[in-house]
Design a protein around this ligand. Structure first.
Ligand code: GLC
Length: 727
């Protein structure tokens, strides 16, 4: 009997083995996840008809593009956005589909991530948002935003990472890596020169090649070098051509020079012509216009190829890139399964938020507000209770939870402190497609808030912008630098009845502060997402020591900003074109060049402790064909509590043969120190990163000379200097 069972078992095993082998043999190469992606791409392409290849190149619903149903190659499912996975959208309009299972974690806006100056945070952020996208079945996450902050009026600055190319480049790459480890493509946007919302779908950006290379392109270049699988073309034009089909940007720079092997996806409705789109670098045309067959890269392209007007090889190149994107995502091998709106994700959202909060001013011991030392705190402002995960445009989210500043403060102080609230002002419902109604009964709201403030030991004003139309929102820019809805007068009135007013600004942009001298403390608290209230309360109460640094300058007046120094031609543009007349002098580069004192400088952020910078020394070593400059100094936490400092290293070439910024950020490091702790901080600058773009040569050039290196706590607080010679 035993022998019979053995024989049967062996026969069975052999039969199963033969079936598996057979299925392995019959499985086509493109479907074999163990084969190299390039082999799979070529195998699939060889099997596809022209019609099937064209179908890959355009949307088939609002947020998906086609696969190859006949071959079992899946479609690509896409979703916004840079701060969280957007609610499910209908197939045929931008309306939400009304699902019950798509509430997400809202992570802090990317300005807050930038304010952490922490690449580890950027990776963690990408990892968890990628997990949420993966769980939601998305193959492409439409983010991060990597456009440079050129004007404080740009409606979408909150989706981007500030005014400095090194900061944005350093953070975008780990974010991309974190997302893509989930088998989800990051789609870095909006490539390129999308630095205003005013006339965004048509404005023609005229900028020097040098400014493009040194300021506006580095973050995208870093994303490509970091392995981004997708790039989104911007709506605007650059040098006369739409960015979604732009020979210079997409073909020459992105694909040929940088070697980008992923897919270029248009912004929604960003393509304008079949021949242009076919020949100038666009791979997938997305949009909101119906029917999808009417897209430039749909039936029109198919017909043009069939008429011999457009070479099929152009379609093949697009199809290759789209197939590569599919095999890296929807049809990849082992992909993690992701997770959605978990406690772990909320914890990451809170960590990024707490690390991004920037303490701009703190005098007379205004902060932290310690429970044992106050009995009543008055929280004033509509932003203390308003949901700020809604609004803003395509980055808006449907969240599982959102802790408001008021809720966070009440949870933080518990029974030990009475936390009372008055709105103080009203702004209206979150809409980004129309101007807001004028606020009603402003006087009585203000009177009520001032009366409450007079009774408190401390006042926390929570104001700022609110992601409504012209208040940090896609599709339109702000019209001025000051706070809306009478907030300036309200803050003055609060300061008139209470000496301890802490102003907390929720925004993604700089604002003017006419009341700054009247208040002892100001905190820039961004749009912090699901855990906003807990993060803000922890920073104000002192359980967290703020360590955020400004990723962009706060000008004292709008005209102090470079984009507003050359008239309308330089912003918002005239006759459909905007000229970046300031060239490379963006942000602090402009302030330095013109000797303009900002309200708060790039890189500024205080702490509840203080740091001492020891003498800086430098040395150099060869690194392949490059040289690496190393700057070292001892950093000491000389206060009584732990804290983190972002040591920033700026480089200058005083006797340069070309126009240069007075100084440029070339390295930074975030260092956590216990009270009294001293640690050596080493910062490295590859000599190649000191190069400028030589327009005559069309290449990067490192000037020999004696470079000045300055280390400090912000661009306006430099503590140590040293020189280094590049031969
Ligand atoms: C929007 C935005 C883009 C977004 C896309 C899809 O117009 O410009 O950032 O990803 O359309 O919503």
């Amino acid at each position: 009997m035993r022998q019979y069972v053995t024989i049967t078992g062996v026969a069975l095993a052999m039969t199963i083995g033969a079936i598996q082998a057979k299925s392995q043999e019959t499985r086509p190469v493109y479907a074999d996840v163990s084969r190299p992606v390039e082999e799979r791409v070529e195998d699939a392409l060889a099997r596809m008809t022209l019609k099937e290849k064209v179908a890959l190149c355009h949307g088939q619903s609002m947020f998906s593009s086609a696969g190859v149903p006949r071959l079992g190659i899946p479609e690509l499912k896409m979703s916004d956005g840079p701060h969280g996975v957007r609610a499910e959208i209908r197939w045929d309009s931008f309306a939400e589909a009304g699902w019950a299972n798509d509430s997400c974690t809202a992570f802090p806006a990317l300005t807050a991530l930038a304010a952490t100056f922490n690449p580890e945070m950027a990776y963690l952020y990408g990892k968890v948002i990628g997990e949420e996208a993966r769980y939601r079945g998305k193959d492409v996450l439409l983010g991060p935003g990597a456009n440079i902050y050129r004007t404080p009026l740009n409606g979408r600055n909150f989706e981007y990472m500030g005014e400095d190319p090194l900061l944005a480049a350093t953070l975008v790459a780990p974010y991309v890596r974190g997302v893509q480890e989930n088998g989800v493509a990051a789609c870095v946007k909006h490539f390129a020169l999308n630095n205003q919302e005013c006339e965004r779908s048509s404005i023609n950006v005229l900028v020097s090649e040098r400014a493009a290379r040194e300021i506006y392109l580095p973050a995208f270049r870093a994303a490509v070098a970091g392995g981004a699988w997708a790039i989104m073309g911007a709506y605007n034009r650059a040098w006369g051509e739409f960015c979604c089909h732009n020979e210079r940007l997409l073909t020459r720079v992105l694909k040929e020079e940088w070697g980008f092997d992923g897919a270029v996806i248009s912004d929604w409705g960003g393509a304008h012509d079949t021949r242009e789109a076919a020949g100038k670098g666009l791979d997938i045309e997305m949009g909101s216009r119906l029917p999808f067959s009417s897209y430039y890269l749909a039936d029109s392209l198919l017909a043009a190829v069939r008429r011999g007007e457009i070479a099929e090889s152009l379609v093949d190149e697009k199809a290759r890139r789209v197939l590569r994107l599919i095999f890296r995502t929807a049809m990849s091998g082992e992909r993690p399964w992701g997770s959605l709106a978990t406690r772990e994700h909320a914890a990451v959202a809170r960590r990024v938020a707490e690390e991004g909060i920037a303490l701009l001013k703190n005098e007379r011991g205004a902060l932290p507000i310690e429970a044992g030392k106050v009995k009543r705190v008055a929280v004033i402002g509509e932003n203390a209770t308003r949901s700020l995960t809604r609004g803003g445009g395509s980055s808006e989210l449907k969240v599982k939870q959102e802790v408001s500043p008021l809720e966070g403060l009440r949870a933080y102080f518990g029974e030990s402190v009475e936390v009372v609230h008055a709105a103080g002002y009203r702004s209206g419902e979150p809409r980004y497609d129309r101007e807001l109604p004028p606020p009603g009964n402003a006087d009585s709201l203000r009177a009520e808030a001032v009366a409450l403030a007079a009774t408190a030991d401390a006042v926390i004003f929570v104001g700022g912008l609110n992601k409504n139309h012209r208040q940090d929102c896609e599709g339109a820019d702000r019209l001025h630098l000051h706070l809306p809805f009478g907030q300036d007068a309200l803050v003055e009135a609060l300061a008139g009845v209470n000496p301890r007013v802490v102003v907390v600004l929720l925004s993604g942009n700089a604002v003017s502060m006419p009341w700054l001298r009247r208040v002892p403390a100001v905190v820039q608290a961004w749009y912090l997402g699901s855990e906003a209230g807990h993060a803000i309360a922890s920073a104000l109460g002192g359980s967290v020591n703020p360590s955020g640094k400004l990723p962009f300058s706060f000008p004292a007046r709008l005209e102090d900003n470079a984009a507003h120094a050359y008239g309308e031609a330089s912003y918002p543009g005239v006759d459909g074109a905007v000229t970046y007349a300031e060239g490379i002098l963006v942000g602090y580069r402009w302030h330095d060049a013109r000797g303009i004192r900002p309200l708060f400088p790039f890189g500024h952020g205080l702490s509840y402790t203080s740091f001492e910078y020891g003498k800086m020394t430098t040395d150099k070593r060869s690194y392949g064909s490059d040289e690496v400059i190393r700057a070292r100094l001892l950093l000491r936490n000389k206060g009584r509590r732990a804290g983190a400092e972002v040591v920033q290293l700026y480089a200058s070439l005083p006797r340069s043969g070309v126009e240069r910024a007075v100084k440029e950020l070339k390295a930074f490091a975030k260092v956590q120190l216990e009270a009294g702790e001293t640690r050596e901080v080493a910062l490295e600058i590859p000599a190649s990163s000191l190069a400028y773009w030589d327009e005559a040569e069309g290449s990067w050039k490192v000037e020999p000379g004696e470079y000045l290196l300055q280390a400090g706590s912000s661009s306006g607080d430099l503590r140590q200097r040293a020189t280094v010679t590049i031969l």
